[in-house]
Design a binder for this molecule. Structure first.
Ligand code: SAM
Length: 289
């Protein structure tokens, strides 16, 4: 099921438009989660009798897809996103692997998310794991962590995770690519059509330390990704720093130059990204609520 049906109150339209445009290419070009990271999250869920996942900024459903595929025993998934197009992609990806697990797609800003009320007499069980994968920076951190505390089960965990981007990566080919993007769009990193990227005011660790989720451990997973030049172009179209709308009529010219640049750096047609996928796994101290 999906709720609500209408527009989301208070959500900037440009934000929804940014992710809407990227949804189909996103499903195709964005890398998934490393197996070891999925294993860690699955272990968090496995202890409970009927594990429930709340995935905030679910995008194309990468996190629930990985956990379902890993046999984490999920009984219900609540997947929240501001973009109906992303939720559509998530439904398509998740439906074939759901089995007995139920799925609710929620068209909402995580900052404004409220769980549906349960029927009288039905058990009121919240999420055992709340995940933010490459999405926390888009949200009001303290607000979503406070909401997580309100809705989660007593022994629940929060996972804030991600792996940087080709903008921040330190290889020769990503440096050259970034310089080309800057040549077209200016030196500041863009974050959609109207905004420049702003570094978070506080680190994620500081947000967690100031929240109910102050018992934090950090796990890092090295991941080596092989890209083709064409796949890098597909990935760039999904980003807020090099999406096609930022270049307007110069997008084709940019892609032609970028392709030539990437081909000149490729070895046997491949470009290597050595990334690190990091999970901040946080619980309430002593498992308390
Ligand atoms: C970079 S994508 C990450 C998607 C997915 N978690 C993944 O790792 O592939 C960020 C997602 O967060 C969503 N998003 C951005 N701001 C949001 C907000 N305030 N509340 C809910 N979703 C949001 C976007 O629509 C997009 O699908």
């Amino acid at each position: 099921m999906t709720y609500p049906d209408g527009p989301i109150p208070g959500l900037p339209q440009e934000m929804e438009a940014l992710f809407a445009a990227a949804a189909a290419t996103y499903a195709r070009y964005r890398p998934g989660l490393p197996d070891a990271a999925v294993g860690l999250l699955a272990d968090v869920l496995r202890g409970g009798p009927s594990p429930v996942l709340l995935d905030l900024g679910t995008g194309t459903g990468q996190v629930p897809f990985a956990l379902l595929s890993a046999g984490a025993g999920l009984t219900h998934i609540e997947a929240v996103d501001v973009s109906p197009q992303m939720l559509h992609q998530a439904r398509q990806a998740l439906t074939p692997v759901l089995g007995h697990c139920t799925l609710t797609l929620v068209h909402a800003a995580a900052d404004a998310y409220e769980p549906l009320a349960t029927l009288p007499g039905e058990p009121d069980s919240g999420p055992d794991l709340i995940t933010f994968c490459r999405s926390y920076h888009w949200m009001n951190g303290p607000v979503v962590l406070e909401m997580a505390d309100r809705v989660a089960t007593p022994g629940a965990a929060v996972a804030i995770m991600g792996d940087g981007s080709l903008w921040t990566h330190g290889a020769d080919w990503t440096h050259a690519l970034r310089a080309l993007i800057q040549h077209y769009l200016g030196s500041e990193r863009r974050a959609g059509a109207r905004r420049s990227y702003a570094e978070p005011r506080r680190s994620y660790e500081e947000d967690l330390a100031a929240s109910a989720w102050s018992d934090v451990s950090e796990q890092s997973f090295p991941v080596s990704r092989i890209w083709t030049p064409e796949a890098v172009l597909g990935y760039l179209r999904t980003t807020s720093f090099a999406g096609s709308d930022l270049f307007a009529e110069r997008h084709q010219a940019f892609e032609d130059e970028a392709l030539a640049l990437l081909q000149s750096h490729a070895v046997d047609g491949s470009l290597v990204e050595e990334a690190t996928f990091t999970i901040l796994l946080a619980r309430r101290p002593g498992g308390a609520r």
